[in-house]
Design a protein around this ligand. Sequence first.
Ligand SMILES: CC(C)(COP(=O)(O)OP(=O)(O)OC[C@H]1O[C@@H](n2cnc3c(N)ncnc32)[C@H](O)[C@@H]1OP(=O)(O)O)[C@@H](O)C(=O)NCCC(=O)NCCSC(=O)/C(=C/c1ccccc1)CC(=O)O
Length: 256
Amino acid sequence: MGVDFNKEDHVAYITLNRPDTMNSLDPESVARLAEIWAEVVNDDDIRVSVLTGAGEKSFCTGTDMKKTPPPEECMASIWLREGQPIVPHMKMWKPLICAVNGYAVGGGMEMALACDLRIASSNAKFGLTEVKVASLAGLNGTQCMPRAIPQAVAMKMLLTGEMIDAKEAHRVGLISDVVEPGELMDFAKKLALKIAGNAPLSVKAAKQAAVMGLEMPLEHGIAFSHLLWGVLRDTEDRKEGFTAFAEKRAPQWKGR
Ligand SMILES: CC(C)(COP(=O)(O)OP(=O)(O)OC[C@H]1O[C@@H](n2cnc3c(N)ncnc32)[C@H](O)[C@@H]1OP(=O)(O)O)[C@@H](O)C(=O)NCCC(=O)NCCSC(=O)/C(=C/c1ccccc1)CC(=O)O
């Protein structure tokens, strides 16, 4: 099986599992990932997801270049279809954590960029290497990388295809934390459980405000976030959050 999927305590764990090919994405894995993202969106029990790869060498090296089939459809029908099959970019309000356990290259780097939090093991390496194989970082990498890190570093990576290591990725702000390889999943789990312990609608609203607000002028972003605050104001969970605080007990979230 190319992708493992399980959930525990409101956290979905998605593991790319083809370590012999550096967890690159064959067509079966791409199809399975599309099913999994749909389940993550629709399952109310899931509040946050952790995306990682099997083993300690590679998170994902992008398209499986040895198994890429010739196209079955013309580009127009693919282009005009709603959404991207691999990356749930911009339509997923539940947080995604990418635990980068080695190489994050090509489409693998782009999946990491589509996540909200990136943490990495100290042996991780990051690169948009598509220019080296006559392709393009077409899973939003050309758009997300210059928005994620300083433009000069992003352009250097995009145009040279050179990789950076975990230390440099941390320095430029591509990842929030670096840990030893054996500690990565424990760290990811702790982070996920912290998020899953917060009010689910508030977490989704915070992501929506931040992600959509980034593309708006500040004044519009402020108005949008105020509206979202108003939307949350009348939820049962907000009453519960305030009551639980006053009663000095843990809140019980209902997601409504
Ligand atoms: C990451 C590496 C530098 C690691 O090198 P290392 O020497 O440590 O290991 P290797 O011996 O090279 O790898 C071990 C084993 O795995 C196979 N492998 C690794 N990556 C792939 C891959 N992407 N596809 C197929 N097979 C892979 C490797 O061949 C070895 O097998 P063996 O010989 O033992 O049988 C190094 O592995 C490396 O540079 N990998 C390639 C990284 C790369 O170029 N990625 C970009 C691919 S293109 C892409 O991702 C695209 C995404 C996309 C865009 C738009 C829409 C959809 C997708 C572009 C596209 O698809 O056109």
